[in-house]
Design a binder for this molecule. Structure first.
Ligand code: ACO
Length: 152
């Protein structure tokens, strides 16, 4: 497994290209990075991954974006970032960590469940309602948002 260090990013140094791997909507990204906190995963001085935490209710926080640079995917970095988010949320006394992903995101659904998340519900037609462009991954059209959470 590769060795990474994770640190909080200043608003000015947030790499949009990485956030766009996880979310096609620039408007959504603008909204949550202005309200949330971004963390970068580094190998030496190079940023290879990012995740964003957003407090949504008193004791609930959500991973609203997580992405690893294409050439560094499938090397355990995404899992390390999810586990880092879980630890961070626990340390900050949150009770629930949530995440949502498209119905077509087979790798994403595997990753979250392997980190202990359980499916809570399906936000049907979320992508039809909120995204203009059609998203297809793994040959499946992305229409519903699968919502998952972990009790901390
Ligand atoms: N079946 C079973 N397990 C799978 C599968 C599969 N088809 N695909 C992946 N996995 C597992 C891996 O085996 C691994 O588990 P393990 O370590 O227990 O074996 C786990 O999923 C995660 O693997 P990592 O190597 O840690 O994942 P990676 O570093 O590639 O990061 C990520 C995952 C962030 C989803 C990355 O692929 C990415 O950036 N994708 C594009 C952006 C994206 O889709 N982001 C998430 C959108 S949802 C949101 O942002 C809230």
């Amino acid at each position: 497994m590769v060795d990474i260090s994770i640190k909080e990013l200043d608003y000015e140094s947030i790499p949009y290209n990485l956030l766009l791997l996880a979310d096609d909507s620039k408007d959504a990204i603008e909204d949550y990075i202005s309200r949330g906190r971004c963390y970068g995963a580094y190998i030496n001085q190079n940023i290879v991954g990012i995740y964003v935490l957003l407090k949504t209710r008193s004791f609930t926080i959500e991973i609203v974006n997580i992405a690893v640079k294409k050439e560094y995917q499938n090397q355990g970095i995404g899992k390390k970032m999810v586990l880092d988010a879980i630890n961070r949320a626990k340390l900050e006394n949150f009770k629930v960590l949530e995440v949502g992903t498209g119905n077509c995101g087979i790798c994403q659904l595997a990753l979250y469940q392997k980190c202990g998340f359980r499916i809570t519900h399906v936000d049907r037609d979320f992508f039809n309602k909120h995204y203009e462009e059609k998203i297809i991954e793994n040959g499946i059209e992305c229409v519903d948002m699968i919502r998952l959470s972990i009790d901390l």
